[in-house]
Design a protein around this ligand. Structure first.
Ligand SMILES: [Zn+2]
Ligand SMILES: [Zn+2]
Length: 427
């Protein structure tokens, strides 16, 4: 699927929605950066550009972009010097302060953090932004939200997507190998998120779009078949991974929610992330945690397919017990999590519905690949596939599996396990 065929038009879909994104240009190819002046010209963005980069991304791509665009534009810049840059209010204010009034476009040069900071600054200031990607490390390039750290807690803030995404596969192929692995981990997570979304549609009638699913699945499969190339940093394989990461973002924009790209594997990753944020120091990359969590979730699906659902074992929700568990697991975030689960918009799964849909549930579960195959993809690439490889001990692993589902009030494999009284930790 050529990603550009999804842009600059309204797609009337069988799901009943008209899918549309505001991203005007996506360029993924070798030497794409040379096209930047032409792309900016086509976007009609005015003459004043503010570049945002960190010291590394400035060196590998930012300085080159600056040279190219100076010919036709006035260029100012913010280059972060920190080693552990985070998306927080300080970083955002830093850019807002350095960006001159009259700036007509922000050009962000980087991956996760630089993209998140710039997206939020763009949203706050109303100035459009273009992202020049430097690593295929996560699927937020086409995202419309900005994760942000406030008081050591990660929150998601509204923002708007870039007007153009430029990915030079030569630069991306030379990025640190763990960033390539993280990108692959984020993509492999779609195996689970797509199954979770289908469960949600089946059990609660939530919105679901087979066209969006097919987009994500196709790009996921191309990535899996590119594993050998990724190991060699082959530009074609890097292109396939980058394409999948961007399609994943577009899928979320099309759906108007994160469902196509984020399920229980992301909830577990976020749960562990809270621990790492509190602990401080070097943070594991998002996709590293997602990859490991995907092995765990696919194992649960495999066991569901093998064991079936014994309806006599339905767990009776005991709200007080669950709330006490949430308080212990989430500390100062507990009130927000309790509100998410017990507030007015609580999603309930009707037990009779589960009994009536048993066969369809098992069909969804049996379509999920064997967890050993998923683990094998990660292993083959040299990526982490076990929690302990990231320093997650058994206690944190179990607490995450038991309580991460409460982060979002949505049907996932974990919710189904709990509600049907299944044992997460059966050996
Ligand atoms: Zn649709
Ligand atoms: Zn992700």
């Amino acid at each position: 699927m050529d990603v550009n065929s999804l842009l600059n038009r309204k797609i009337k879909c069988n799901c009943g929605k008209e899918h549309h994104v505001t991203i005007a240009n996506i360029t993924i190819k070798k030497d794409a950066l040379n096209d930047i002046p032409r792309i900016l010209e086509s976007l009609n963005i005015g003459k004043r550009i503010h570049l945002v980069a960190d010291k590394n991304t400035y060196e590998i791509a930012g300085a080159g972009i600056e040279r190219l665009v100076r010919v036709r534009y006035d260029v100012t810049k913010t280059v972060f010097q920190e080693d552990n840059l985070t998306t927080d209010l300080n970083s955002i204010e830093h850019v807002m302060h350095e960006m001159p009034s009259g700036t007509s476009c922000i050009v962000a040069v980087g991956s996760g953090t630089i993209n998140d900071i710039s997206r939020y600054v763009s949203f706050k200031s109303g100035i459009p932004y273009v992202i020049a990607a430097t690593a295929p490390s996560m699927d937020g390039y086409a995202s419309a939200v900005s994760p942000m750290i406030v008081d050591g807690i990660k929150l998601t803030r509204e923002a708007s997507p870039a007007i153009a995404i430029i990915a030079d596969t030569g630069i991306l192929a030379a990025s640190p190998y763990n960033m390539i692995l993280a990108g692959f981990g984020d993509i492999i997570g779609k195996i689970n998120s797509l199954a979770d979304w289908k469960l949600g549609a089946l059990l609660t009638g939530e919105y679901y779009c087979p066209f969006i699913v097919s987009l994500v699945r196709e790009s996921l499969e191309i990535c899996i078949s590119s594993i050998d190339g990724l190991k060699q940093r082959d530009p074609k394989a890097i292109e396939a991974l980058t394409n999948a990461l961007i399609i994943s973002g577009i899928a979320m924009l099309f759906a108007g929610k994160s469902r196509p790209a984020s399920g229980a594997e992301h909830h577990l990753s976020h749960f562990w992330e809270m621990y790492f944020l509190q602990k401080g120091g070097r943070q594991p990359l998002h996709g590293e945690k997602v990859g490991i969590a995907t092995v765990i979730m696919t194992d649960l699906y495999n066991r569901l397919a093998a064991d079936g659902i014994k309806t006599s074992r339905f767990d009776n929700d005991n709200p007080d017990e669950i709330k006490a568990g949430i308080k212990a697991a989430y500390g100062k975030q507990a009130d927000r999590i309790i509100e998410e689960n017990f507030g007015g918009k609580k999603v309930t799964i009707d037990h009779a519905k589960i009994t009536g849909c048993k066969d369809e549930i098992i069909k969804i579960a049996s379509e999920v690949p064997d967890c050993r195959v998923v683990r094998g993809y990660l292993e083959k690439l040299g990526a982490y596939f076990l929690p302990e490889q990231l320093g997650i001990d058994d206690e944190l692993k179990r607490q995450g599996i038991k309580y991460c589902m409460y982060l979002r009030n949505l049907v996932t494999i974990l919710r189904l396990y709990r509600i049907t009284g299944k044992d997460f930790f059966q050996t």
